[in-house]
Design a protein around this ligand. Structure first.
Ligand SMILES: C[S@@+](CC[C@H](N)C(=O)[O-])C[C@H]1O[C@@H](n2cnc3c(N)ncnc32)[C@H](O)[C@@H]1O
Length: 313
């Protein structure tokens, strides 16, 4: 049996075959997209059939490893999104959300539109029984923040399936010149960047997935560890973790990153959504009390048909 809380130097298909069946709670997989990306060991340009046959193998391995109530998240690019969604369903997964992750610092393209998104498929092994901790990932609603509406649900709302960290989610509001409104890709200049892997996923994005789809103490598996970001976030959130990679170098550096990570440490990157008061259309901030409610009720005036302007209650 493979040790948990570890990155194993194994091909993920053979690694997952060594795991006890139905032992994992959550899998997050960000495989090579088969687009010719430069990894140190892996050659990211297989023939189409060969790539899809391999994906069928490892996705079947994920299905076998997951508990009956387990969850599978798959990150993939446009080139194979449709194929891998259908393939995962054929293998037995139920699709729950098709999330678009819209990131800044997109990949510059010469003869088509600049790429600024990836697909995140959220599947469960069972259609009815699965973990979804909605209370851990709620964000403030526009009704709460922008309009200061007392009818707003004080615990906020669930995020949309297009993952953008919106202006009203930023503490202290939104400044038009900021380029960190969205979960940005972990670009080369970012403090968060571990510096040895070009595909590093942002911690905030992984945090949302791990918090919603697993509980503390449960086992999170990443078949394609890369920079070990999934494991770093799982450790911070007090989950058990396990990953594979075929690159010795990525594993060594990933282990170093993990060793420097403390359970309970805050996630790096744009802060988690908190209650904030963004500027209104006239550039003014709503004054909120300690419960996030508007302090004084301003009168809103309406014009009647007889042209008399009356305060609206
Ligand atoms: C897209 S990257 C993962 C990036 C990762 N999500 C992160 O945040 O850094 C894909 C990784 O899969 C690894 N890989 C490729 N083929 C593999 C295989 N058969 N088994 C395990 N890992 C593999 C590559 O070495 C690469 O590090």
């Amino acid at each position: 049996m493979l040790e948990t809380d570890q990155i194993h130097h194994l091909d993920c298909v053979s690694g997952m075959a060594q795991l006890e069946a139905q032992s994992v709670d959550l899998v997050f997989a960000d495989p090579p997209f088969n687009i010719g990306y430069q990894y140190d060991v892996y050659k990211d340009k297989l023939g189409r059939k060969k790539y899809l046959d391999w994906c069928r193998q490892w996705i079947a391995g994920v299905h076998r490893a997951l508990k009956p109530t387990g969850t599978f998240w798959l990150a993939i690019g446009d080139e194979y999104a449709a194929e891998l969604k259908l393939l995962s369903q054929e293998i037995g997964f139920f699709p729950r959300s098709w999330v678009i992750w819209y990131y800044t610092f997109g990949v510059n393209c010469k003869a088509k539109f600049t790429r600024s998104h990836a697909h995140l498929f959220y599947f469960t092994k069972d259609d009815d029984e699965f973990c979804f901790n909605s209370e851990t990932i709620r964000v403030p609603s526009a009704r709460q923040l922008v309009y200061g509406d007392t009818r707003a649900n004080p615990v906020g709302r669930l995020p949309d399936d297009t993952w953008i960290l919106r202006p009203q989610d930023l503490p202290g509001g939104f400044a038009a010149d900021e380029d960190t409104w969205y979960f940005p890709r972990v670009a080369g200049t970012f403090k968060e960047r571990a510096g040895f892997h070009g595909c590093q996923m942002p911690e905030q994005l992984l945090g949302r997935i791990i918090k919603a789809c697993s509980n503390p103490g449960e086992l999170v598996l990443d078949p394609f560890s890369g920079s070990a970001s999934t494991l770093v976030v799982a450790k911070k959130l007090d989950r058990r973790y396990l990953a594979f990679d075929i690159s010795e170098d990525y594993i060594t550096r990933g282990r170093e990153r993990l060793a420097a990570t403390q359970v309970g440490a805050p996630l790096t990157g744009a802060p988690e959504p908190t209650v904030s008061a963004p500027a209104t259309g006239k550039g003014r901030k709503l004054e909120l009390d300690e419960n996030g409610q508007k302090k004084t009720r301003r009168k809103i005036y309406v014009k009647r048909a007889d042209q008399k302007t009356l305060p609206m209650e």
